[in-house]
Design a protein around this ligand. Structure first.
Ligand code: PRP
Ligand code: URA
Length: 207
């Protein structure tokens, strides 16, 4: 579990507990997911590169910092979209690429149905977002597509990770750090995370 960092801030953990609760209605689920994502992004961007910049205050000149490299967010459709607003709240200047992937219900293999990524990936800090890391197939495929388009500095941000998914992603892309709010126990026979929070896409979109 070398590449996994579990963010154990109490505010992150208490919001995660509410997200897991099956009684949480979708409007609260969306709000909590957005808030929790923003808290996680604050934590994982501590080493984001900045450059010095001259600032004119109303009184005099001083120095501050500005973003040093482009930031690209890549939500995995659908459920990753539920995390996007939370990230953009803190980094509204980021660019956004989309990768559409669903899991085949029988084989649990990822099926790619859409990909639109911005230019300049090679120079960018890239954060892939998806609430669930289950078998790991979906994110491993998303990272493969991003690398194929030139991306090199890639991180994965999720809420709940299963040990099976962490192992697969680490094997497939050992250079990609994984940030999660929780490392859960295991997958069930249908590839759902236990204890998990159910089907993230269904809970966000009410399907
Ligand atoms: C969910 C989730 C991840 C994927 C994780 O998407 O949002 O993308 O499953 O599973 P994996 O690690 O085993 O690949 P889903 O396939 O349900 O598609 P959806 O977001 O369109 O509902
Ligand atoms: N996708 C989900 O939405 N939930 C899981 O538990 C596993 C995959």
């Amino acid at each position: 579990m070398d590449r996994l960092l579990v963010l154990d801030h109490p505010l992150i953990q208490s919001k995660l507990a509410s997200l897991r609760d099956q009684r949480t209605p979708k409007h609260d689920f969306r709000r909590l997911l957005k808030e929790l994502t923003a808290l996680m992004v604050y934590e994982i961007t501590r080493d984001f590169p900045v450059i010095p910049a001259q600032i004119e205050t109303p009184l005099e000149t001083t120095t501050g910092v500005r973003p040093g490299v482009p930031l690209v967010l890549v939500p995995i459709l659908r459920a990753g979209v539920g995390m996007l607003d939370g990230v953009l709240e803190l980094v509204p200047w980021a660019r956004v690429g989309h990768v559409g992937i669903y899991r085949d219900h029988e084989s649990l293999q990822p099926v790619v149905y859409y990909a639109k990524l911005p230019d300049g990936l090679a120079e960018s800090w890239i954060i892939v977002v998806d609430p669930m890391l289950a078998t790991g197939g979906s994110v491993a495929e998303a990272v493969r597509l991003i690398k194929e388009s030139g991306g090199t500095s890639i991180r994965f941000l999720c809420l709940v990770a299963a040990p099976e998914g962490v192992a697969l992603l680490t094997r497939a892309h050992p250079d990609v750090p994984i940030y999660a709010a929780a490392l859960d126990r295991q997958l069930n026979e249908h590839g759902y995370i236990l204890p998990g929070l159910g089907d993230a896409g269904d809970r966000i979109f009410g399907t």
